[in-house]
Design a protein around this ligand. Structure first.
Ligand SMILES: Cc1cc2nc3c(=O)[nH]c(=O)nc-3n(C[C@H](O)[C@H](O)[C@H](O)COP(=O)(O)O)c2cc1C
Length: 217
């Protein structure tokens, strides 16, 4: 048994707690910047596949704007738009939007659109679709998502933006047509939005939420 008075144990404990807290704070201070840089680099790397074949030289993540719902892009969640530049020239916009009518809920997707309205790439970021059925929208499971590369509302024309069994031009997934319908509808709506807001997407300032939603004349 120790004879240390209770107040002394309390002081000892307080000193140890203060020391540990300072250590955590110091570690955070030294690593926070590095962590942020790593996260930024990771995000840049994840966005690039949706910009295939495009020359750009700006860090994509620096030009992000967000649109709070309700907005005219697909989904009820916050929509994110990254503006992509070659020098000062805008070359594409990357949209992070949600296809609402997936089989098991919203599907978060990344849609890259070049200035002429053609798709530069589509990637599925998050979904809860069924393994073996709807999850073939993931590039690791099938090439289904690559069929949108280079397509626009003129090619195929807007009325043919649906799966083949609905009279459209796009491949479905065997035994799972709900998931493809949701994604195609969301891409088409994104292209329609870009067509109407091409100028305001690039004139909106970084902190200017929802200002990209005003239709261009
Ligand atoms: C347990 C279960 C999970 C399913 N998951 C999906 C899914 O993730 N995506 C999808 O489109 N359809 C899914 N389906 C199938 C749909 O109910 C529907 O039958 C199908 O999308 C219609 O496709 P089809 O027109 O090619 O027959 C699932 C069905 C069951 C029974």
């Amino acid at each position: 048994m120790s004879n240390l008075p209770v107040w002394k144990s309390g002081v000892n404990l307080a000193v140890i707690a203060a020391f540990c807290t300072s250590l955590v704070a110091l570690t955070w201070a030294f690593t926070a910047e590095r962590i942020e840089t790593n996260q930024q680099e990771w995000l840049e790397r994840s966005l690039k596949p949706a910009l295939a074949g495009l020359f750009f030289d700006s860090p994509v993540t620096e030009s992000m704007i967000t649109l709070q719902p309700p907005h005219e892009l697909p989904g009820n969640e916050t929509a994110v738009i990254y503006r992509v530049y070659a020098g000062v020239e805008p070359v594409a916009a990357l949209f992070v939007i949600s296809a609402r009518d997936g089989y098991t809920g919203p599907i978060r997707i990344l849609v890259g659109v070049a200035m002429d309205g053609t798709v530069t790439g589509v990637r599925v970021l998050e979904h809860r679709e069924t393994p073996g059925l709807g999850d073939r929208i993931e590039l690791t499971k099938s090439n289904w998502v690559l069929q949108f590369d280079g397509q626009s509302l003129k090619n195929p024309e807007a009325s043919r933006w649906s799966i083949k069994s609905d009279g459209g031009d796009f491949d479905q997934l065997t035994g799972a047509s709900i998931t493809p319908r949701a994604i195609i509808k969301a891409i088409k709506k994104t292209l329609t939005y870009f067509e109407a807001n091409r100028v305001s997407v690039f004139t909106a300032s970084v902190n200017d939420e929802n200002s990209a939603s005003e239709e261009d004349d």
